[in-house]
Design a protein around this ligand. Sequence first.
Ligand code: SF4
Length: 306
Amino acid sequence: METRFRTLKDIPLEEELVPGTMICAGCGGALLVRIFEKVLGSNVITVNAAGCMTMLSVFPFTPFKSSWFYVAMASAPAAAQGVRDALDILIKKNKIDSKDNLKVLVLTGDGAASGIGLQSTSAAIQRGLDFYYLVYDNEAFSNTGFQASESSPFASATKTTSPTETHEGVMSQKKDLFEIWRAHKPPYVATISPAFIKDMMQKIERSSQFKGPKLFIANSPCPPGWGIESDQVIRVANLAVETGIWPLKEAINGEVRHTWMQKRRPVEEYLKTQERFEHLFKPTRNDEIINQLQKRVDDYWSSVKK
Ligand code: SF4
């Protein structure tokens, strides 16, 4: 498919999300949402599950040029169904023009996507709901103080998994949301990164040719939760991809294709950038856990090559 996004100069100039919100400086998730909304354009109804991005719109103010609908964590896909149905009824009654191509976007954090809202998301995918679903994956419940979520990575420190003498932070593995969604057989699933904007814009563009669920999981560095400076967000997001921890990929009608496959850097280059992994290096280096993390990434990429 021909793309209109060949370079970063092709980022649409029109802003759909204007500045002046209560989101933390440097938030990787907010950056992604801004670009995502630019690519989708002005005819979008955003259904926001409770989470960090709730802070974008604080009554009576909103930075969105288009409509924004705030709902509880578990029910965003159900609310999106209601919005889509209402739009389709209005089109049938000739009250709005189908040429306006009004789109429905669910915006959610990983806590809702991987856990609290997974049931309603699963049901919406099965019903074939025509919507975009964007997860800003900051790998914890950041909005409430960075408690562990089902998306928190192994061995990371969170508010509820402080490393102790007997364990090294989160002891479970991050849920594989990409594969959970792919098993539902939606037309489109992808991972994206704020450090790979062209890749992201092209994926949104490719997905838009499909009617049905279009799902995006976005690596979203969180300065206060991950223990990084605001000006390091893109560097950390870049390392997540270049170490192979965050594979950039898409599945079109179930068929997986990786969109970044270059020589990988060692995983510890990524880990060392963040306070949430500091206990793996100080006061003494924990080679056992670092090697486990490296091996898991190596095993993933070996399976890709096969
Ligand atoms: S806590 Fe983290 S994810 Fe939430 S708004 Fe701040 S930087 Fe973004």
